[in-house]
Write a new protein. Structure first.
Length: 178
């Protein structure tokens, strides 16, 4: 009877190890990528291995290795503008293929395409002060390896949305001027 128990234990152990080997990289990818991509790792857990490999093969010379570095770059990029970057998340792009994404800017839906130098891209969400909708929108994409700006929401803004409109100032009341 103990031989049967040992075999059953071994089979259960092998199944658990195989399940963990398949699912663990997908769970790591799920944890570290942007919310738009998380369901992809749930539906296709084997893609977690591609993510894990890309994470281990990150070039040592990468300019934006952490989310903090990416957020500081975005804050510097948009300093003094109507764009307020608030958070960054990692995107895992297909290898050697331009990355196309849809996003909303105000009432418009915009489709943009970028070509990263590496498979990781920092997605920057924020708000645009001149827009009536203050929800977080994609304001930039930053290249993980080079640090260059792949997408800037200001390129898709109308001139009236780039700067707050100024109402004409009224002329001073002559009766109140000393």
């Amino acid at each position: 009877m103990s031989v049967f128990r040992n075999r059953r234990f071994l089979v259960v152990f092998v199944v658990i190890v195989a399940f963990a080997a398949i699912v663990l990289p997908a769970l790591v990818a799920y944890r570290y990528t942007a919310q738009e991509q998380r369901s992809e790792f749930v539906r296709r857990p084997w893609r977690g291995w591609a993510f894990a490999y890309a994470a281990l093969a990150v070039p040592g010379r990468s300019q934006l290795k952490t989310s903090g570095m990416a957020l500081r770059k975005a804050e510097w990029l948009f300093k003094g503008t109507a764009v307020d970057p608030r958070e960054v998340q990692l995107l895992f792009a297909p290898q050697d293929v331009p990355f196309t994404f849809d996003h909303d800017i105000g009432a418009r839906t915009v489709t943009s395409t970028v070509t990263p130098s590496y498979r990781f891209i920092w997605l920057v969400r924020g708000s645009i002060a001149t827009m009536s909708d203050s929800s977080k929108t994609i304001v930039a994409l930053l290249d993980y390896e080079t640090g260059r700006v792949l997408y800037d929401a200001r390129d898709d803004l109308l001139p009236s949305e780039l700067a707050p409109s100024r109402s004409p100032s009224a002329s001073p009341d002559p009766t109140t001027v000393p």
